[in-house]
Ligand binder design. Structure first.
Ligand SMILES: Cc1cc2nc3c(=O)[nH]c(=O)nc-3n(C[C@H](O)[C@H](O)[C@H](O)COP(=O)(O)OP(=O)(O)OC[C@H]3O[C@@H](n4cnc5c(N)ncnc54)[C@H](O)[C@@H]3O)c2cc1C
Length: 442
């Protein structure tokens, strides 16, 4: 069974590796990758000795131990990775607030602490006494879950910065398991100054010692090298009898990790309403700005959130050089600043770098005279946006494509808020299905 895999990001590469491990001869696989480099959103870049992840700071962790172990093993074993304790904070004015925010109320000025605590307790009481169910609309969900104080002091400004949309334009579909959920006792404790742990599942994460996060996809790619056609942007996928033609090359089966928004231009025969559903799926891009610093070392932070407009356009700053000693020249350090861009909007011009650095200065985390240079990477699709039309459009797109024999996989391939470990988990499940299909000769 000849299988075409469209896209050589972590999803496409790990699917191919699982298939080979399951006994598929490598020669039966062809991966088509538009870029000259494999890795997709997991790619990294090195400039003058500073390495950063081009789609924002990436860390390796997973609740699925076999998947995590598999990734570590593919990447050359644990000795090729650092193990880093996660230390994240929210910058609030000139204060550091523990993350998640509700576990850090005691770090706020007293009046803000009071407003947040009052709102949290009121929301908790309303849920317990009235048994209200979670609202669909994201802004209402935030108030239902955290109360008005936390909404106003953190959740609204932070989320509007990331999503580039008003809260009421978004749904709460994506929050399950992503927005941490603290017990009310912990919030009460944190408000009066007793430290509580909060979110523990990424408390230690891994990161490749050398080469940035891309070292993981480089290692996967190296094992498949001859099967990956780099610089091959797929333009036409069409059925040809019982086979599939990918730009004229025939395969028995096609797995696509390409974005659903791009499929109408590639797949022949898609009806207009399905094509519209694909194209209208909403997303955000990202501009990632490396800030190379003449600073011997950082405080032991992993990343921080900048929720307020006065802190500049970046919503998150990764202390990149803390992830591995090889990410900056000896005696230097780096930040990686993430600025989201509404899907389809032009990337901000060169003033963005200036605004990001000024924001860091305003937030009190950098001095202008420490900044050696900046470097930017622009990523067209970084975040799936969960607007009110998302579920119906996604359903229309996936059911037509899969009904016509094209299997979709990956973050934008299925329009899901998946990290790379979840991409690997889903690739593993798909590989099992394809191996069964191959065995039964379907
Ligand atoms: C800001 C941010 C932070 C993140 N943080 C983390 C993190 O800390 N940890 C983590 O594990 N994950 C993280 N992720 C998620 C992770 O990057 C993705 O889940 C993962 O990289 C998606 O891989 P993929 O293979 O599904 O898709 P992609 O990486 O998008 O791969 C698709 C591939 O298809 C190629 N392609 C596109 N069009 C064509 C075409 N026409 N023909 C051929 N090839 C084509 C692309 O070049 C690309 O290589 C983060 C993502 C973002 C945006």
């Amino acid at each position: 069974m000849k299988i075409a895999i469209l896209g050589a990001g972590v999803s496409g590469l790990s699917l191919a590796r699982f298939l080979v491990e399951g006994g598929v001869p490598a020669d039966d696989l062809t991966l088509y990758e538009a870029s000259p480099v494999a890795g997709g959103l997991c790619r990294s870049k090195t400039v003058d000795g500073y390495t950063y992840d081009v789609s924002g700071g990436h860390i390796l962790y997973s609740k699925d131990k076999p998947a995590l172990d598999w990734i570590l093993q593919q990447g050359g074993g644990l000795e090729r990775f650092t193990s880093v304790e996660r230390h994240t904070r929210i910058r609030y004015g000139q204060r550091w607030v523990n993350y998640p925010f509700e576990n850090g109320l005691g770090d706020l000025p007293p009046e803000a602490n009071f407003e947040c605590l009052r709102g949290y307790v009121n929301a908790w009481h309303d849920r317990a006494s009235r048994g209200t169910s979670a609202p669909k609309e994201f802004g209402a969900w935030v108030r239902w879950r955290f109360g008005a104080g936390i909404a106003e002091h953190f959740m609204d400004p932070y989320n509007e910065k990331v999503w580039k949309r008003a809260m009421h334009e978004l749904t709460s579909d994506w929050v399950a398991g992503r927005v941490p959920d603290a017990p009310v006792e912990d919030v009460l404790r944190s408000s009066v100054g007793i430290r509580t742990e909060g979110y523990t599942h990424q408390s230690v994460f891994h990161y490749p010692l050398q080469g940035g996060f891309q070292a993981i996809t480089d290692a996967l790619h190296a094992q498949l090298a001859a099967r990956v056609k780099l610089g091959r942007r797929v333009e036409c996928v069409e059925q040809s009898g019982s086979s599939w033609s990918v730009d004229g090359e025939l395969h028995d089966c096609v797995v696509s990790t390409l974005s659903l928004t791009d499929m109408p231009a590639i797949v022949r025969g898609m009806p207009d309403d399905v094509a519209r559903a694909c194209r209208e799926l909403e997303y955000n891009g990202i501009v990632c700005i490396l800030v190379a610093l003449d600073r011997p070392e950082h405080p032991p932070l992993s990343w921080i959130y900048l929720p307020h407009a006065s802190q500049g356009p970046a919503n998150r700053v990764t202390y990149m050089s803390n992830y591995s000693p090889h990410l900056a020249p000896a005696g230097k350090s780096s930040f990686l600043c993430e600025v989201t861009v509404r899907g389809g909007a032009p990337y901000p011009g060169a003033q963005l770098e200036h605004e990001v650095v000024e924001g860091l200065v305003q937030a009190g985390i950098a001095r202008r005279d420490e900044v050696l240079f900046t470097d930017r990477s622009e990523i067209r699709q970084a975040y799936v946006v969960f607007d009110h039309g998302y579920a119906a459009r996604r359903q229309a797109a996936l059911s037509w494509l899969e009904g016509h024999g094209i299997t979709q996989l990956g973050r934008f391939g299925r329009f899901e808020y998946d990290n790379s470990d979840q991409c690997v988990i889903k690739s593993r499940a798909l590989a099992q299905k394809l191996l069964q299909r191959r065995q039964s000769g379907d």
